[in-house]
Design a protein around this ligand. Structure first.
Ligand code: COA
Length: 258
């Protein structure tokens, strides 16, 4: 499919998905959300892709938020619909994707931008990045999962402070908070993400999907993460990946997962 607002490149089993509206600081309008949704689903079913990196075009922003120009005249019903659409078509999909998604935060990650980064399985940031959920300055609250995922990642107290003060933090602070795993220079960011992705793509795709489901289960209402782990652990034993992984160990060679 042809996209207008995103770019997709695939090499060495790794897809790099770039939000490409640099003149609008990659703000997430509904078209971009729809294109991202479509791209994630198609990369998930592409057997050539084993890991996905998400980043923003240009040197200034990852994503500066949901597109304010699109929703500033919305009423309550439209606001609710916008939020539900985002959750259902993009943010939950990214979080629950069977393939690992790494956020490469290369500049401002504000509002919906930080929310997309937080839906990724983990994140790296460049040293110029600024991260925050400034929605209360607009008279609204984070609506793409931010109130939940920020508290999960940094703890309730820090999330409350960041959201209530509309506090923007630096990449170094985000590292201290555990919001990002590593900080690099802007030039090194994609290479650092790819280096990690290359480690992941050598491992069993089935086990990776299982691990994502098990880790996510602990954060879902009404689901017991330990029981999910037991189920997922059991399922792994039926797979070719398990046969290959254990056989390779016993034969003292590296596994080759197809
Ligand atoms: N929605 C829509 N457009 C946005 C946007 C957003 N979230 N963030 C930036 N833009 C647009 C600006 O309107 C401007 O477009 P224009 O040239 O057509 O007027 C362009 O991107 C450049 O942004 P600008 O504000 O001129 O850059 P800056 O360097 O002065 O400031 C920010 C950068 C990120 C501090 C500032 O753009 C900002 O505060 N953005 C909104 C952040 C926000 O509240 N996000 C949460 C939304 S729910």
């Amino acid at each position: 499919m042809e996209y207008n607002n995103i770019l997709v490149e695939i090499a060495e089993n790794i897809a790099v998905l770039t939000i490409n509206r640099p003149d609008q600081l990659n703000a997430l309008n509904t078209t971009t959300i729809a294109e991202l949704s479509n791209a994630f689903k198609s990369l998930e079913s592409d057997s050539n892709v084993r890991a996905i990196i998400v980043t923003g075009s240009g040197t200034k922003a990852f994503i500066a938020g949901a597109d304010i120009k699109e929703f500033y005249q919305f009423n309550s019903e439209q606001g609710k619909k916008l939020s539900a659409m985002g959750h259902g078509t993009l943010f939950n999909i990214v979080e629950n994707l069977r393939k690992p998604v790494i956020g490469a935060v290369n500049g401002f990650a504000l509002g919906g931008g930080l929310e997309l980064a937080m839906s990724c399985h983990f994140r790296l940031a460049s040293d110029n990045a600024k991260l925050g959920l400034p929605e209360v300055t607009l008279g609204v609250i984070p609506g793409y999962g931010g109130t939940q995922r920020l508290a999960q990642l940094v703890g309730k107290g820090r999330a409350m402070e960041m959201v209530l003060c509309a506090k923007m933090i630096t990449a170094e602070e985000a590292l201290t908070y555990g919001l990002v795993n590593y900080v690099t220079t802007q030039e090194d960011l994609l290479a650092a993400c790819k280096k990690i992705a290359l480690k992941i793509v050598k491992n069993s795709p089935f086990a990776i999907a299982s691990a994502i489901r098990a880790i996510n289960a602990g954060f879902k209402d009404g689901i017991n993460g330990y029981e999910t782990e037991i189920e997922e652990f059991g399922k792994c034993f039926e797979t070719e990946d398990f046969k290959e992984g254990t056989t390779a160990f016993l034969e003292k060679r590296k596994p080759n997962f197809n």
